[in-house]
Every structure is written in C-alpha cells, then in structure tokens.
Design a protein around this ligand. Structure first.
Ligand SMILES: [Zn+2]
Length: 826
C-alpha cells in the first residue's frame, strides 16, 4: 500500500532493486521520512510516483526464434501444438527454464532432441535440462502439447448447425493471453522471430504474421499454411485468423503489399470498409519518416471481437462490425481505427514498451497518429473537434495518475496521451518533434523502450532538455487550471490592456504547469494582435499596449485550444457573439456558442441563425440545434427544419437524436428521413415518430420494413420493438427472441437482450440464452445478458424458475456458481 503512494526520485528506481534488502529498507525509510514530512513539493530531479510494474521480469535465456505448428479440432475448441524455442543462455549455469502456459497439457519436452523432465505449475512449466546449460550456449527446446484454452484463442460458430454464424478461429494475445495456447515466455521484454505453420480444412483460409512462404494441399482434405517473420516481435503480437475469406491486394506508394481481407459474400462492402486504406498507409509512412518496418500488411475482420481492433504484427484483426456497407459507414466506420492499428506497427510492434508502465508509448502514439491521419483525410475542423473530445475525456477522468503508470484508465493512456504528444509538438515545433521521433524509432527498432528512452533521444537529437515537460505531463498526473480576466488601463498617459492569469495548484502536489501560451486580442475595427508568453507561476499579468485606444471585440487565451486545461474566462454576451462569428479557429467559435447555453433563446436566436448559415462544419450547427430543440417558437422551428434538410448527414442525425417531441408541423420532414443514409438515424427517427404519432405508425412501418442495419440489426430491432408495442404482434416478439440465440453475432444478441428486457419478455429459452451469453468471453455481450438475468431474478415471480433452470443448465460447477450469484443479487 505504502509503496504506491510515495514519490521517489526517478533515477533511483533501478538502483533500488539491485541493492540488498537491508539497504533497500534503509533507503525506503529515508524516503518515507522525507516524503511524509512537509516538503513534498520539491525534488532534486524528476519526481514520479513509483510503479512496481515498471521492473521488467528476469529471464535466464534469450529466446531468439519461436516455431509453432498447430492443428485444431474446432468443435472441441482443442489446440494440438508443437513449439520449438531456439535460445541462447544468459547465465554461467542454467538448470531450469520457465515458460508461461496456464492450463496447457504438455505431452513431451526435449532440449536438442533429448527428452527432458518438466514440472507443471498453475502458471506454466519449469523445464529441466539433463545437464546444466552454460553462458552463450545455443539450444532448442521442443514441446508437444494440447490445450482447450479459456483465453487467447477463440472458436466461433463451430457448433451452429444453422449456418447463421461465421465459422472462425481467431486470437487475441494482448495483454498476456497467447500463453493460454502457446507455451512461451509471454512478456514483451524478450522478442522473438516467429514462424507459424497451420494445418487446417482446405475450405478455409488462414492468416498469420509475416510472409506466407508456403501453402500446400495435403491428401487428407487439409492444407498447410506456413508463415514466417523476418524480424523479432513480442509474443503478445502473434496472431491467427481462420475462416471463410477472400482478400484484395494492393500496394502502398513504397511498394508494401496491402491485403484487405473480407467475407466472400460482402465483396460490395470492401470499399466502404477499407475507405482511405492506401491514403492512410502512405500518409503514416511520410509523417513518421521511417519506412513501414515489416514486409507486408494485412487486415482481417472477425466475428464477436471484444475490442475494436488489435495491431498484431503485419496482421491487424478488427471486429466485423466495421465490415460496413456504404450506409453503415456513416454510423461507425473503420477509418480512424485503421490508422490507429497501422500506427501501432511502429509504436508498439517495432518499438515495444518494456513493461505496461509505459503503455502510453504505444497507445498515446497510436491515438495521436490516428488523429493526424484523420486531419489529413477529413481536414482541420474535424481534427480540432477530435482533439476537443479527447481533452474532454481526459479532463472528465477523476483518476489523475501519471501517463507513465500501469493500469491507468483508457481515457488517460489513449486520449490524454494523444493530447500530451500534440502539446509536445506544439511546444518544441514540427521539425524538432519529427526528428526526435525518427531518431527514437531508429535507435530502438525491434527492441524495447521506456519513457526515459524517448526523453533522452529528444535531448540527443534536438539538444532540448525536456525534463520539465516529462515531469508535468508524463511522470505526474493532472492538468492546469487557469482563471483569466483582463482590464483596460491607463498609466502615465499610455493606454494598455492587461491580461491576468491565475493558476490553481494541482490537487496532488503544489505544482503549477509551465506552458507557452498564445494570447490574441481582436479589436472592433477588424484588426488583431497575437503574442506568446510563458505561463508558469500562480499569477501573471501581461501588458499589451493599445496606444490608439482601440475598442476590444473579444480576447482569446490559447486560441485553437492547444493546451489540455480547465479554464474560466468570463465574457459578456457581446464578446461571445463576436467570438462565435469572428474567431478564426472552429473550437473558439464553438466555445462561444457553448458559453451561451444559459442565455434565453429569444436573446440568442438571431445570432444562432447567422452562425448556422455561416458555418460549413457540423459542430456549431449541432450545438445550436441542441440548445433550441425543445423550443416551439417559429424562429426555432425554422432552424430545426433547416437542420432536417441540411446536406450533412451528421447534422440531420444529430437533430433526430436530440429530438424528444416532434412539432406536428415538422412531422412530414421527419418522415422523409426514414429513408436517409444512416441506420442510426433511421432507427431513431422511427422511434421518435412512433412515440409522437402512433396513429400514423402503419405508414412508418411500411417505409422501413426492408431495412435491417448491418451488425446489430438496429433498424430491424426498432421496427420489431415498435411493431410489438403498437400492434401486440407475437411474430415480432418471436423474431426478437430468436436474435438472443448463440448463432447470431454479439451486437445482435446485445440488442436482443436489451429489447426483451425493455418489453418485459421472459421465457425459458431467453433465460437459457442469457446463461450462455453471460458466460461468454466477450464482456460486451456478457454484461447485458447478466443485466437481463438480474433484472428478472429480482422479481419474486421469476426468481425460482431462473434458479431451477440454472440447476438444469449444462455447464461447469464454477460457471453455475457465477450464474447463481448473479441471480441472488438483491
Ligand atoms: Zn491501440
């Protein structure tokens, strides 16, 4: 407990662990004494909280190559494998080698073809060479094994006899799950060159890491696929994707083969799924400045994936809910994630965080570079809004741990981290940033990194000492809190404007943030002045001469919002109106509209009309509609109507999503959108229309009867739900119940459990489906299934029936306990 809460000098932490225990305890008590006394705010050098995970795990041999050969019995979820680890010895004497492999059943083990003894533990195996291995010796450890893994590799749809589900096998190694199906040293701090050989039914296709060097049909109806890497990578990045697929192959500008895998019956979705694929690849190679570091790149969709996507080296897996048609593309598309996973091929796969303490070196970078790719594709305004959303997520996170710390919330390691990198670039400039990053990647290519490596590289490459930046943004948490105001003053006959800034110290220490901040003063005559100043103390006052006594229109602190911060800066209605119309950056105009939220509609509606007509991007339009959506005055209704007719789908969709009550004069315009180009829009529009005008529902149902929606079938669900509510139609309910069965992909099932709970529908079949779903490896599916069960188990009339069905349900004793616990929650 104590060790997590006190602060140590960063440069001591490695030393700390190489000392004897008594020395360590002495030093510990010194630190405790020092930091439990009042002077916590000062450190001689970089201060950072200690993270025990930052110490990498020892290994006594250096694994070089991992050659895996696997067969599967998919109906039984059985892996039959053989793995050869080539390694060199890192000690004068090695008598045992440990490998991770929980639950794996080793059949035989040998070193250099001589059988050896081994011991199985809960976590893995100790292998005992027949005689001690000595420093530098090169050996091969071969293991034959079987496993029915509970994690790491997933068998989808092999027991579905209806042909509804995809039949697939796919893997997800991160964080440390490949060890459940391959006995290996499964940590990032010893990279290996991998080779994967798969024997599988010739009717399917197999993808793995690296180059396919051979594909050979066997006499038994199976084919052998042989993939190999040419550079080392971490074991969590080993992947397999097996199923019915086709792929399209193109080449990047630099000549790298790019494979886009797709389901054979969805060839018409390839373009919308992989939109901007080559542009993203070419952009990242240019932007990062280091050629793509592997021989090829493939992307493959899989069913029931628990995350968005995973950056396995050379072969990204993504959830097939991004395998979209042109309409679904407008609701959720793969563009940003495509860029994110590709960026990981450099940040994560080429250079890999030595421990999870420095996961930000992977996730923050991948997020920042996917934002840059989005800027390239969708423009500056889109980028500004993406940044603002990232800042909002970071600021809303109550956990204020540092970026370089294990197990921090995803909103810190992804969103906040991306903003820290953007601020680093803003602070040191484009050239210094890009050269530093290039050097960092080339210095540590195919190796491991930590935060110090990045800091040192920047120093070596650019001459900049960025310790202060690391200390406030990487090694400590929180963000600056500014209060800004201004005065127009006169002194000795000189007129000037004084802008005052006050910083509130961060809650966990007495620190103030140091950042270069741009100030802009806009005058009523249309001119403006800009000046950058360092803000680093509690109070600053900056003087801006105004010899002609020009009238101020409005003032901006950090225009364009380059700094992650909380800020109060009170402005008048007139100042906000001018800012909304005249500020050059989208985000400043948006902030002005946001600040007008509390003003009465009649005071701001004319301004809103002017802004709405002037703006090209959807953001301000959507905020304006949100502020007036419940107003029924003519001016507001006119603006709402304009938004329903807007050429931008994001504007139309926003209006539908924000609508509760539809004004009768607008009903016909809402109805027109029942055939719009977004399934989310159509589903929500159907919902709003049916609840506002149930008497007209027949015509709404006719218009939408043929829509399904892609994954999750969201339009179909809304249709069935409303049809059942309004017409008490049993056929609709039966269809909803069918969607809860395991033959359907997980988003459809999630929608089914939510809809059935909403309709208060309970049958033995749904309960049993919910048992299976709540035990599913995909927690996104398990959660709503659990909620369904808990909801009904809390009702006296259903509880005993559910408990009885648990008794009859075929599953392990552990799983029965899980289900019973769920149903006994009060
Ligand atoms: Zn990522």
């Amino acid at each position: 407990m104590l060790i997590l809460n006190f602060v140590i000098f960063n440069n001591y932490y490695k030393l700390f662990y190489s000392m004897h225990k008594t020395q360590t305890l002495f030093l510990l008590s010194l630190f405790i004494f020092y930091f439990t006394n009042s002077s916590m705010s000062q450190c001689a050098t970089l201060c950072r909280p200690f993270d025990p995970v930052s110490i990498p795990k020892e290994h006594n041999v250096d694994f070089k190559n991992l050659k895996l050969t696997v067969d599967f019995v998919p109906e039984k979820k059985l892996v039959i494998g053989s793995v050869i680890h080539s390694f060199s010895v890192l000690r004068d004497r090695v008598d045992s080698i440990f490998l991770d492999g929980p639950g794996i059943n080793v059949k035989t083990a040998s070193i250099d073809d001589t059988p050896i003894r081994y011991k199985t533990t809960e976590e893995g195996f100790y292998f005992y060479p027949n005689k001690s291995l000595t420093w530098g010796g090169k050996h091969e450890l071969k293991i034959n094994y079987e496993a029915t893994p509970k994690k790491g590799i997933y068998f989808i749809g092999w027991n579905d006899s209806t042909g509804t589900s995809q039949k697939q096998i796919w893997t997800q190694g991160q964080a440390f799950d490949n060890r459940y199906w391959i006995p290996c040293f499964d940590l990032a701090n010893d990279k290996v060159i991998t080779e994967v050989i798969v024997n599988f039914d010739s009717n399917y296709k197999v993808l793995s890491n690296g180059r396919k060097i051979n594909q050979k049909i066997q006499s038994n109806g199976k084919t052998t696929w042989h993939y190999t890497m040419s550079h080392p990578h971490a074991t969590y990045l080993i992947m397999l994707g097996i199923g019915k697929y086709e792929y399209l192959e193109t080449k990047s500008k630099s000549g790298v083969p790019l494979q886009s895998w797709y389901y054979p019956n969805y060839k018409n979705r390839v373009e919308s799924t992989y939109k901007f694929n080559n542009e993203i690849f070419n952009f990242l190679e240019d932007e990062i400045g280091i050629p793509y570091p592997w021989e090829s790149y493939a992307q493959i969709p899989v069913q029931d994936f628990m995350y968005g996507a995973m950056e396995n080296t050379t072969a990204t897996i993504f959830g097939d809910f991004f395998h979209v048609d042109p309409i679904s593309y407008n609701d959720a598309n793969y563009v940003s994630i495509n860029a994110h996973e590709l960026a990981h091929q450099w940040f994560g796969d080429l250079v890999t965080a030595r421990t999870t303490t420095d996961l930000w070196l992977q996730e923050s970078f991948a997020t920042y570079y996917n934002q840059l790719a989005e800027k390239k594709i969708f423009g500056e305004d889109h980028y500004a809004w993406v940044n603002r959303q990232a800042c909002n997520s970071a600021l809303a996170t109550t956990d204020k741990k540092p970026l370089a710390f294990s197990n921090i919330p995803t909103t810190l390691v992804y969103q906040k981290g991306s903003q820290v990198l953007a601020m680093l670039r803003y602070t040191i400039g484009d050239s210094a940033y890009r050269n530093g990053i290039k050097k960092y990647l080339s210095n540590h290519a195919y190796g491991n990194v930590d935060s110090e490596d990045l800091l040192t590289t920047f120093h070596d490459e650019t001459g900049l000492t960025l310790d202060w930046f690391w200390e406030q943004w990487v090694y400590n948490g929180g963000e600056p809190n500014y209060h800004v105001d201004f005065e127009e003053l006169e002194s000795k006959g000189e007129l000037y404007t004084q802008i005052n800034t006050t910083q509130k110290a961060t809650s966990n220490s007495n620190r103030f943030f140091k950042m270069p901040v741009l100030f802009e003063i806009y005058y009523k005559d249309g001119t403006k002045i800009s000046r950058q100043e360092w803000v680093e103390q509690e109070h600053h006052s900056f003087k801006f001469n105004n010899p002609k006594g020009k009238k101020i229109d409005f003032i901006l602190f950090d225009p364009g919002s380059s700094i992650l911060k909380n800020m109060t800066f009170n402005k008048t209605f007139e100042q906000l109106s001018s800012q909304a119309l005249k500020a050059s950056s989208l985000i400043d105009r948006y902030d002005a509209i946001l600040a007008l939220k509390s003003y009465p509609i009649n005071q701001k509606i004319n301004l809103f009309k002017d802004v709405y007509n002037k703006e090209k991007f959807y953001l301000l339009k959507n905020e304006i509609i949100q502020q007036i959506i419940n107003d029924t005055t003519l001016s507001s209704l006119e603006l709402i109507l304009e938004s329903l007719k807007d050429s931008n789908i994001k504007v139309r969709k926003n209006t539908i999503l924000k609508t509760n009550r539809i004004h009768p004069t607008l009903e016909q315009y809402y109805t027109k959108l029942l055939n719009d180009s977004s399934y989310v829009l159509i589903a929500n529009c159907l919902d709003r229309l049916c609840s506002n005008f149930p008497e007209n529902s027949t015509s709404y149902f006719e218009k939408t009867a043929n829509y399904e929606g892609t994954y999750g079938k969201n339009v179909r669900f809304e249709w069935l739900k409303q049809h059942y509510i309004i017409n008490k139609d049993i056929k609709s309910l039966s269809e909803l119940i069918d969607y809860s069965t395991s033959k359907h992909e997980f988003l459809t099932r999630i929608n089914a459990f939510n809809a059935l709970k909403y309709l208060n529908s309970i049958t033995d079949e749904i309960i049993t489906n919910a048992f299976e779903a709540s035990l599913h490896a995909n927690s996104r599916l398990a959660q709503p299934a659990k909620e369904y069960l808990t909801y009904f188990a809390q009702q006296v009339e259903h509880k005993q029936r559910i408990l009885q069905l648990i008794k009859e349900y075929k599953c392990s004793t552990d799983q029965k306990v899980v289900l019973e616990k769920l149903c006994l929650i009060q």
